[in-house]
Write a new protein. Sequence first.
Length: 282
Amino acid sequence: MKVFRTIQGIKRHIDKKKASKASIGFVPTMGYIHKGHLSLIKAARRQNDIVVMSIFVNPAQFGPKEDYMRYPRDLRRDEKLAKAEGADAIFYPSVEMMYPRGYRTYVDVKDITDKLCGESRPGHFRGVATVVAKLFNIVSPDRAYFGQKDAQQVIVIKRMVKDLNMDIHIMAMPTIRERDGLAMSSRNVYLSKRERQDALVLHESLDLAKDMIGSGVRDAKKVKSSMEKLINSKETARVDYISISDITDLREVRSVGKDALIALAARIGKTRLIDNIVIGKW
């Protein structure tokens, strides 16, 4: 496995592979690899000749009071894990390389970025779409792999790819969870022992919603109220949002139909975590 720190280096590597008709699977990450990331590498390994992972903590998607500076970073650890899972190359650029002095261009996907996480994190998805568009241009993948845990991100990227006529297949892969149900996240390392236990309520609330809908409850307001009550029962938990929306455009629904995204964000102590489930077809 090779680590490339320059755009020219990774592009030369990709050009050589494409010249031999190799297919490219791409896993964009911010590093501090966990089993969720590894599942994406594994899927890319099965479906492509070459697997490229990027590691870049993107400042453009962090707000001024968010955790950009303390976001966990450990390249050596990430290298070992990625290599063991079958990655062929890591692209590890600097901020200065991705956003050189005088940088002016951003990708702004309208409407669907103002909802859910976008409502409390203005500018977040502009940063996400911009860096992913740049990475797609640099790596030129045939397929790119994202986890369902970041469902809104997947929907935004799919829309960007469609609208900008990018010839890339976006592969949405299932959320990987700890044995007790907590969705894997690089930010889980921030949690104290008490907060880690309280964080289980996020998945429990989604299970509650699924059970209510399965038993015939269709009133989205009633489902969300029950979820919020459960989450707020934990001392360290505070709801940011709970949404039940159409899976394609993130429009809030009053009545839960056969296809819907149930998504939430909450602060456990000072740590903001997200989770979701899909009812019906993803």
